[in-house]
Design a protein around this ligand. Structure first.
Ligand SMILES: O=C(O)CCC(=O)C(=O)O
Ligand SMILES: [Fe+2]
Length: 319
């Protein structure tokens, strides 16, 4: 059955934890998206990250191209270099981005552009704060699924998401530049896609544009809600939960009234540790399902799952 929810629920994380868990279960098993409010991530930090993002994207193209994204999914991606919906898009996404892999043991994954190197301590603390917020959400998931204490209880997910272990986790700065209509044939600026990992936290700013597929026929907009973080379920979580939690298609369009302004957003893609096998979550609510295997017949891991997806999305260029 296609989900029928037409609006994205707002969940107040300062409420009683069991109420939060109930609302999370309802949201994730229908539309797969919710707004998190009272999340404890200070607005000043979010604002500072957006300010840095703008300063970076304002740099000349030659400067940004010094750190082009590579197979490891870290670095700068140019306008049109990513195509999230290759089946339907005539051109790559009208956006540029910078991906930060986790600062494992306090170090950036690869040397950072000067602006980010100068602000490395802040970026790392922001990335860790995003991860901590995500862990609050994943505790609510575990509570919602009533994972037995003997299996790890509310820590079942967090035990598989340690920040300093190898994983596909990414903090991403995105800019959708204004205009571009002349050379760009689609109103969709980021093609319809679902996210790959366990969950995504999304920070939006000033300009809306995100749309979510409420059911198979209809796109609904995900408006800006001050002080909120938009949370959505990713494919690995859908896999893990035997389809109970929905990884829902979404896309970014530009409304005519916003064609003259740049849009900035910041997703934080939460991923389980690479070595995590995607076996069903131990919960009575999770339906039994086929387990995905890798080419050698072993249970597909989170790392293997991500690699398959990334290879289908990017066109890499050697720096
Ligand atoms: O920019 C946005 O609002 C959403 C971006 C997104 O969905 C993604 O990068 O996966
Ligand atoms: Fe996405």
């Amino acid at each position: 059955m296609a989900p029928t929810t037409r609006t994205i629920p707002v969940i107040d994380f300062s409420q009683d934890k069991s109420v939060v868990a109930d609302r999370v279960l309802e949201a994730c098993s229908t539309i797969g998206f919710f707004y998190m409010i009272n999340h404890n991530l200070p607005q000043e930090q979010i604002d500072r990250a957006f300010a840095l993002s703008k300063e970076y994207f304002d740099l000349p193209s030659e400067e940004k191209r010094k750190h082009l994204i590579q197979e490891h999914n870290h670095g700068y991606s140019e306008l049109y270099s990513e195509t999230l919906d290759p089946e339907h898009q005539r051109q790559g996404d009208h956006k540029e981005g910078f991906n930060f892999r986790n600062f494992v043991n306090g170090k950036p994954f690869a040397p950072l552009p000067k602006l980010f190197a100068d602000n490395e301590e802040f970026i790392q603390s922001f990335s860790r704060a995003c991860h901590a917020t995500a862990m609050t959400v994943l505790e609510a998931f575990a509570r919602a699924l009533a994972i037995p204490e003997s299996e790890g209880g509310i820590e079942w997910f967090t035990n598989r998401h340690h920040y300093d272990e190898p994983s596909g986790e990414i903090l991403r700065f995105l800019k959708y530049p204004h205009g571009g209509e002349a050379g760009y044939q689609d109103t969709v600026r980021a093609g319809a896609h679902s996210d790959y990992g366990s969950i995504t936290l999304l920070f939006q700013k000033d300009v809306p544009g995100l749309e979510v597929q409420a059911n198979r026929e209809e796109w609904i907009s995900a408006p800006l809600i001050d002080g909120s973080i938009l949370v959505n379920v990713g494919d690995q979580m859908q896999e893990w939960s035997g389809g109970l939690f929905k990884s829902t298609l979404h896309r970014v369009t530009f409304l005519p009234e916003h064609n003259h302004v740049d849009r900035y957003s910041m997703p934080f893609f939460v991923h389980p540790e690479d070595a995590t096998p995607l076996v069903p979550i131990p919960s009575a609510l999770v339906p039994s399902c086929d387990i995905q295997k890798d080419d050698d017949g072993n249970v597909l891991t989170a790392g293997g799952h991500l690699l398959r997806r990334l290879q289908a999305t990017y066109s890499y260029e050697k720096a």
